[in-house]
Design a protein around this ligand. Structure first.
Ligand code: ADP
Ligand code: GLC
Length: 488
């Protein structure tokens, strides 16, 4: 089976969140399981280096004189980068400028990626030796035009492969003014509520949701939630009509990168059999960050995009109260300026007790996962979430709001006496409910034997990609079996 992934980011080359982790790990494991896979991502500055790349060809797209180049990695030739310096070689991030504003031409930038993908998929790039996929697997709004463009080709009699669209986050909808249709050379006749229109805007996400053959999202609970008016972000009606085509498949984690037994970022290693190394990681983290090196402190951590979704404000509200107790806090994140400032102001008020690192720092994120006692994830909604699974693996029981993938992966430990659960779960998403969960966690933390049993239960769980990848393969096969590919 030939599968083509198209995505806007892929770790370690580009990553703003969990999407990059998923588009790195999932194709690799699908490939190991025998899928003939290729992935296309834009080439952003810095990584990979040009000397690690080989040029495959130049690609032309319809209606435009702008061309792009396809380059593949020498040592992983299934990874293809789209080089278009005007669109993608910029300072800042994949979606935003250095000041945190969305790039003004995001519609054109990602439409270009989508158009190039369609040229490849439809076999119009001669240099690719006839490689054409059976399934095209798209991720989030940045790739939502691909199913639509392929549906347009089918309308005029062309064959096309089947399309699978994965929702990583329904909140990001790629909405633009309707005038954008003309700029992107897209037909206006589909601009209506049953097509590409979302409440007066043209939406890349809506195009993906309406025109893809199958839809998936990244946890079973989120698949259910997005079909309700409370969590459907205005798309629940459409998702209910497509519920027969929508599956929730829980993400996995890359257990080679997130392995406390061999993680090169850590000063000491540990596993569920021996937790001694974790104490060394805690002391190291405390001194690295300028926290008081007091082993008895209950050290809490949060690593997150600092946006409303993640509930960081709930944690910040509680800080004055938590800082009166034997609790320390470390926050690593970037995002909304007011949340960044609020976190920094609090950290300045509680030296030795609270640290706010406003940065995107991969190495520090590993050191925090290993060095803290418990991880906070009070997300208002969370399609899947990866950090709670990293935390389980690193012996740092997660304290989470009961939503989406958090509810699917964390079971409550209660008061710890019954040897059950792997973390702490609260609802509703309020500072009070969060405080209550932190209180319960702390009361177990001060009983080291019970706490260690809780840590070990979490560390023993298997959230590797193996099972998840198998579910995607089953989905791809079902598309074959029910005949959607017959005419291809
Ligand atoms: P989301 O994709 O919504 O941001 P996830 O939990 O799925 O949430 O994934 C977030 C990923 O991004 C994790 O790998 C996390 O460690 C990483 N991450 C987020 N913020 C930072 C940061 N400031 N520094 C390093 N890694 C970060
Ligand atoms: C999104 C979601 C997150 C999920 C990630 C990877 O960014 O917010 O919950 O884990 O995608 O699927």
């Amino acid at each position: 089976m030939r599968v083509f992934f198209v995505a806007s980011e892929m770790a370690p080359f580009s990553k703003t969140g969990g999407l990059g982790d998923v588009t790195a790990a999932l194709p690799a494991i699908l490939r190991a399981l025998g899928t003939d896979i290729r992935i296309l991502v834009p080439l952003y500055p810095d990584r990979p280096r040009m000397e690690d790349l080989r040029k495959l060809c130049t690609v032309h797209i319809p209606f435009s004189t702008t061309t792009g180049e396809l380059w593949s990695l020498y040592d992983q030739p299934y990874i293809w980068f789209l080089r278009q310096p005007e669109y993608f070689h910029r300072p800042g991030g994949p979606y935003q400028d250095p000041r945190g504003q969305d790039w003004r031409d995001n519609a054109e930038r990602f439409a270009f990626l989508n158009r190039v993908a369609v040229e490849i998929v439809q076999g119009r790039v001669a240099e690719l030796d006839g490689w054409r996929p059976d399934i095209v697997h798209l991720h989030d709004w940045q790739t939502g035009l691909v199913p639509y463009l392929l549906a347009l080709e089918e309308k005029v009699g062309a064959n096309r492969p089947a399309t699978v669209f994965t929702i990583h986050n329904l909140a990001y909808q790629g909405r633009f003014a309707p005038e954008m249709l003309r700029r992107l050379h897209l037909p206006e006749e589909d601009f209506h509520p049953g097509g590409t229109e979302l409440y007066g805007s043209f939406s890349f996400l809506k195009a993906g949701l309406v025109y893809a053959d199958r839809l998936t999202t990244v946890s079973p609970r989120y698949a259910h939630e997005i079909q309700t008016p409370e969590s459907g972000m205005g798309l629940d009606g459409l998702l209910r009509t497509r519920s027969g085509d929508l599956t929730g498949i829980l993400n996995g984690i890359d257990t080679t990168i997130w392995n406390p037994g061999a993680d090169p970022s850590l000063p000491a290693h540990f596993n569920s059999g021996s937790l001694t190394g974790k104490s060394a990681c805690k002391t190291h983290l405390q001194s690295l960050l300028g926290l008081d090196t007091d082993h008895g402190m209950f050290l809490l951590g949060m690593i997150s995009r600092l946006v409303e979704q993640k509930g960081c404000d709930l944690v910040l509200q509680l800080m004055p109260e938590l800082m009166r107790r034997r609790i320390q806090m470390v926050i690593l994140g970037t995002g909304d300026r007011h949340l960044e400032q609020w976190a920094q102001e609090l950290a300045a008020r509680y030296p030795g007790r609270m640290v706010a690192k406003i940065a995107f720092d991969e190495c520090l994120s590993h050191q925090i996962e290993a060095g803290i006692d418990a991880f906070l994830m009070p997300s208002r909604f969370e399609p899947c979430g990866l950090n709670q699974m990293y935390s389980l693996r690193y012996g740092s029981p997660p304290i989470v709001h009961e939503t989406g993938g958090l509810a699917d992966t964390i079971q409550d430990a209660g008061d710890g006496s019954r040897d059950q659960g792997n973390g702490f779960i609260f609802r509703p998403a309020t500072a009070d409910a969060l405080r209550n969960a932190i209180d319960r966690a702390e009361s177990i933390f001060v009983q080291p034997e019970q706490w260690q049993r809780l840590q070990r239960r979490g560390m023993a769980e298997d959230y590797s990609w193996q099972q998840t990848a198998q579910q995607y393969i089953t989905l791809y096969r079902s598309i074959f079996l029910n005949g959607s590919l017959e005419k291809y």
